[in-house]
Design a protein around this ligand. Sequence first.
Ligand code: TYD
Ligand code: MG
Length: 457
Amino acid sequence: MARKKRTLFVCSHCGWETSQWLGACGSCSRWNTLEEVVVQDDDGQKPHKSRLHPAGRPPLKPVGLDDIPVSDADRTSTGMGELDRVLGGGMMPGSFILLGGDPGIGKSTLALQWVSLLAGEKALYVSGEESLAQIRQRAKRLEVRPENLRLYTETEIMKVIETARAEKPGILIIDSIQTVYHNALQSMPGTTAQIRECAALLMQLAKQENVTVIAIGHVTKDGDLAGPRILEHMVDTVLQFEGEKQSHHRILRTLKNRFGPAQEVGVFEMDNGGLSEVANPSELFLSEFDPTVSGNAVVCSMEGTRPLLIEIQALVTPTSYGMPQRTASGFDHRRLSLLLAVLEKRCGWEFGNHDVFLNVAGGLKLTETACDLGVAGALVSSLSGKAAGVPVVMIGEVGLGAEVRRVSQLERRLDEAEAMGFQRAIVPKGYSGEGRKMKISAVGRISDALRTSGLDE
Ligand code: TYD
Ligand code: MG
């Protein structure tokens, strides 16, 4: 039968489809995001239709909740506690995991270590980025020789799926989703249409054959997982690998998980022998903390279900030329401006003619407002030149009126601080601190917090 051609336009941001070119996407209203996709059908059928409704499949019947077998017991441990944690307590068979991160952060290394830990599980590693010799080199460096592992350098998705169906691995790794392609689409590998089509086929494979699929994906300059965001909607779990390349710490964060809590973090260290888990992350993030130096403060951030103690460093210096600079790494820039504005307007601290640099130690990105009080403390401490002298953990959200507002899970945060040997904590007012070994100061305003901790003049 003659091949039929169809032209579609697909939005590279949200995946919206239309048969006609438009300047702006009809769904997300972004300009110039529509990409032309030529779909070629071998058999004259639309590929979507034939794939989603395979011939001969028995009709499905609605079922009750109790009729569904409980499968949580099927989770397999990866043998690495931090990895199990981000997966929600182990790996679910038949799940589709997207592993994203900057180039060179260690995604391929993690994937290779991951399979070598699952010795009993047959694994197929599909690499479109590296040669077999390069992978062998890496395995040698990691000192792993996984006997369960088969390597494959095919990038045509139908061949990959055929091979996976024949080999029946328990775990399939696609390194990376941007290098695989489908023959029926004429666009380049890595484009929206290709990524979406390949991911849909892999998802189907995962569910039908009960294979755990780990697809590695690159991250764009903006920090989004490259390709369409719709990939994030399709998959079961999205893991993001973060960290500064210069430092040895790596953070694996769950952005989405259908089988466990999101925003969970796992902390790893990268050295010559590959990645190793960090058993006590608070200890790592506080390893160089010195309470006698001004500009430092310790906050407690809930990362997923785990409280972490993290050091904040601020440097406030008089501006040399014209415009004062504000630089924040690991902390939201706008939140920093807000805190500076509150400190200026409500507490009388003048930052107007000072450069402000803020850094979160260990390459972690803080998003919780419970860290506000500690950040304000570090900023004022650097400006005043006063240090607390003893380790104090500062917990509280700062409101626009300079009030210290309550935060969730205060008890768990204080438990972690006590476990790390902290003797003092500053918390929002209303907390009695009964039964605590550490000294608790409950404050209503930022000025009280700064006075109690000895950070102001
Ligand atoms: P890689 O896994 O290739 O990154 P990705 O797949 O995310 O692009 O990791 C590359 C970096 O990791 C490289 O800069 C070297 C470093 N590395 C180590 O430090 N130790 C090791 O044991 C290995 C294998 C890599
Ligand atoms: Mg790689």
